[in-house]
Design a protein around this ligand. Structure first.
Ligand code: HEM
Length: 507
């Protein structure tokens, strides 16, 4: 079986020929007749199956996505046929690599039951289950967007969705927003043209839209834009044809049926690459999401293709619960100074914590296929957990380390790690590089000076003695090795206090 098939069946229960049980596993007497107090009496509180059945049903719906609510998806594989290792060290883009993936296509403004053929941008979201973690490209079927600053996104979406009073979509609001937002013109041109009504999900191209950063094994960095070219041929429907469509789920049905009959859709994966040094002088701001890069300046470079070949087994579990986010990055791929992209990096996991719960990454469709090592714990629906001998905080002295830059032993609070090259490198003279730097230190800043003053100049002898006694009491049960570190800690605060703590411990 393929890797895509493995991912598509994660969490799948075996087919059953057994009688029903409660969710707790015990056999259920009847699915059909509830318990009443006499044949014509009231239902009873201890008909646990009736109550469980209704209570679970009452909770079947979760919030739909605030945008892109109507969509469809399928599993598949990304195949890398070319060598782009000179631009990125990301494992999924190395020659010959095959990576299982999930794609979800959507309309933007409509609700879950809305027609697939509405004139709208189409979402084009890809999740790659790579050996280095999940990598998501959450794009559209257009290379640009309506706005260039994430702070405008709620306003933009409010103007495109339903009017709060009438509950109807409003051309007045839509055009009012667009005409007051001139940077929307490029995207509205696409929207009002053929691309605003693609024939279905298979016959449309996709774009990463934003500028991202690729980094190769030598640390050289490049700006990159993704293009996904449909091998099915590009096609659209006219407004007149759309008016005749009675099947409001036609794009969903088309994708499902094609995969079901073995007619697996494919998209070529291509990139535009801009050397970082050229960004500053380029005729358009290369990070502005309302602009494209001319393909004459930066031609498309082939990378490979992806094929969708496994339908979801359960729409809710695998498509409705799918959580894509531009913040899901892997080594060798980073962000850019695009403000839209940066706002999105916050918004997606935030809405997913609300929509799916704090542990949404433990849901099978969102689980990475590579191991996860995290100090995160607890929260609703915790399915996976560390064993009790594992440390639950960092820094700690166990063999379990922290981040790959950390020393794993201390909080590293005085250290500077330099530029945050894992996020992106931006050598533009107009932009500050992102850094992981030490907290700015003033001449007298030192972790022990102020507690030392507190001990020597504020406390009197009796208070100092109580402090030493309290420390000694709080140390009960610590190991001898740790006790030595505690003495050093207090000696750094005040040598006399350190000596007194040791004296009490040893007495
Ligand atoms: C700052 C601007 C933006 C914000 C704050 C934003 C926010 C959101 C949110 C909250 C969701 C719902 C996610 C979920 O519930 O799982 C969503 C979905 C989506 N957005 Fe955006 N968005 C922005 C811009 C964009 C842009 C520029 C694109 C494409 C280039 C895009 C493409 C998508 C797609 C494809 C989905 C659906 C993902 C799926 O299939 O689950 N969004 N967006």
């Amino acid at each position: 079986m393929s890797a895509a098939h493995d991912k598509a069946t994660e969490g799948l229960l075996p087919s059953s020929t057994e009688p029903t049980t409660r969710l707790s596993g015990c056999p259920v007497a009847s699915e059909n007749i509830s318990i009443t107090s006499g044949a014509q009496g009231a239902n009873v509180l201890d008909d646990f199956q009736l109550i469980e059945k209704l209570a679970h049903f009452d909770r079947e719906r979760i919030p739909e996505r605030v945008v892109h609510a109507k969509g469809s998806g399928a599993f598949g594989e990304l195949h890398i046929t070319e060598d782009v290792s000179q631009y990125t060290r990301a494992a999924l883009f190395q020659p010959g690599t095959v990576t299982p993936m999930l794609a979800r296509f959507s309309t933007v403004a409509g609700e879950q039951g809305s027609p697939d053929h509405w004139r709208d941008v189409r979402g084009f979201a890809l999740k790659f289950y790579t050996t280095e973690g999940n990598y998501d490209i959450v794009g559209n079927n257009t290379p640009v967007f309506f706005i260039r600053d994430g702070i405008k996104f709620p306003d933009f979406i409010h103007s495109q969705k339903r009017h709060p009073g009438t509950g109807l979509r409003s051309a007045e609001m839509q055009w009012d927003f667009w005409t007051r937002t001139p940077e929307s013109a490029h995207q509205v041109t696409y929207l009002m043209g053929d691309r605003g009504r693609p024939r279905d999900f298979r016959h449309m191209d996709g774009f990463g839209s934003h500028t991202y950063q690729w980094q190769n094994a030598d640390g050289d960095v490049f700006w990159v834009k993704y293009h996904f070219k449909t091998q099915q041929g590009w096609d659209y429907i006219t407004d007149d044809e759309a008016d005749t469509l009675t099947d409001t789920d036609h794009a969903r049905a088309d994708l499902y049926d094609a995969i079901d009959r073995g007619d697996y859709p494919r998209w070529d994966v291509k990139v535009q690459i801009m050397p970082v040094a050229e960004a500053e002088g380029y005729r358009w701001n290369p990070f502005d999401l309302t602009k494209t890069w001319s393909q004459k300046d930066y031609p498309l470079i082939p990378v490979g293709y992806f094929e969708l070949n496994v339908n979801p087994r359960n729409f809710f579990a695998q498509i409705e619960q799918a959580a894509f986010s531009p913040s899901n990055l892997v080594p060798g791929i980073g962000f850019s100074p695009d403000r839209m992209l940066q706002a999105r990096g916050f918004s997606y996991p935030d809405t997913q914590r609300y929509r799916l719960g704090a542990n949404f990454e433990q849901i099978p469709v969102n689980r990475p296929t590579c191991p996860v090592h995290s100090y995160a714990q607890d929260g609703a629906s915790t399915h996976f957990f560390n064993d009790s001998d594992q440390p639950v905080y960092s820094p700690n002295g166990s063999p379990r380390p922290a981040g790959y830059l950390d020393d794993g032993v201390t909080s590293s609070s005085g250290a500077s790690y330099g530029p945050a090259t894992d996020l992106y490198v931006n050598p533009s003279p107009h932009g500050e590089d992102l850094v992981r730097a030490a907290y700015v230190q003033h001449p007298e800043d030192d972790d022990f000076i102020q507690p030392g003053i507190l001990v020597r100049e504020v406390l009197d002898d009796a208070a100092r003695e109580r402090l030493a006694g309290n420390i000694n009491a709080a140390m009960e049960g610590v190991s001898e090795e740790l006790a030595q570190r505690v003495f050093t800690y207090w000696t750094n605060v005040d040598p006399d206090l350190g000596a007194r703590v040791r004296e009490l411990w040893e007495s």
